[in-house]
Design a binder for this molecule. Structure first.
Ligand code: ADP
Length: 248
């Protein structure tokens, strides 16, 4: 194989009633890397993320995942291929325990009928797997806790656990640190580093020190276009990037 590109966008473009929010973006995410999408407000990051996760359809361009054209596919179909977007926090069921939230995500992955889960042996197996996943995101002491009682940072950790329950090959994270205090940011950074050891990650993130710590590759967007691409040192030393941030 000449290339180990997992997710690729070519000429990705999105128009909103004549306004071009994303303008001919080319992007290649390499296997096993953490790739960050950054840029000043209004640069087109969210739109680009929604295009890549198939929550929006592009006006032009092509998206491939492991060589397969996914441009016209629905989010659920690409998730089945292993490309999964982290759930929105609202997808965590507040009244349910941490254990049950993760277990339901595991059941969804296995895709069996409801009756199947009444088997005690299967239930025990699922609870064991849920406990391991909770442990991997630092929630082992919160298994019986209703999700709504978790701190904001721990809710985001639960959201990650339910995403990991689907066993994605590639994860797309939308501002994983948004709204977090210092301690939660540190914990989540470590968690993403751990996840990145075995999976490919693309994230939109505002916290530049997190981006510097975690990312192998960074794509900087400004006014819908790719302004710079490379490692943190390269892009942060690019005068056009500095200007785009100062000018925003
Ligand atoms: P970022 O995430 O980098 O802040 P966005 O992708 O949210 O940028 O937005 C890029 C540009 O597209 C902004 O000017 C925004 O106002 C515009 N935009 C985003 N979504 C829509 C929409 N649904 N309709 C019209 N304009 C939109």
């Amino acid at each position: 194989m000449a290339t180990d590109t997992v997710l690729k966008a070519e000429g990705l473009t999105k128009d909103f009633r004549g306004f071009r929010a994303v303008d001919g973006v080319d992007l290649s995410v390499l296997r096993g890397t953490v790739h960050a999408l950054i840029g000043p407000n209004g640069a087109g990051k969210t739109t680009c993320f929604n295009l890549l996760t198939k929550f929006l359809s592009p006006s032009a361009g092509r998206i491939t995942y492991k060589g397969q054209d996914i441009t016209g596919m629905k989010p659920a179909a690409v998730a089945r291929l292993g490309l999964v977007r982290s759930f929105q926090i609202s997808a965590v069921f507040g009244e349910m325990s941490v254990n049950d939230n993760i277990r339901i995500a595991l059941q969804r992955r296995r895709g069996h009928s409801y009756d199947f889960w009444r088997s005690q042996r299967i239930l025990a197996e699922l609870n064991q797997e849920a406990a391991e996943l909770a442990d991997s995101v630092g929630l082992s002491s919160f298994l019986p806790t209703p999700a709504k009682e978790l701190s904001y940072g721990r809710k985001r950790a639960l959201e990650l656990a339910t995403t990991l329950a689907l066993d994605p090959e590639m994860l797309l994270l939308d501002e994983p640190m948004a709204g977090m205090g210092h301690e939660d940011v540190e914990r989540t950074t470590e968690l993403i580093r751990k996840i990145a050891a075995s999976r490919t990650i693309l994230m939109v993130e505002h916290n530049l020190s997190v981006v510097a710590t975690l990312s192998n590759t960074i794509t900087v967007l400004a006014r819908g276009k790719v302004l710079a691409q490379g490692d943190y040192k390269t892009v942060s030393g690019d005068p056009r990037v500095v200007e785009a941030y100062i000018g925003s």
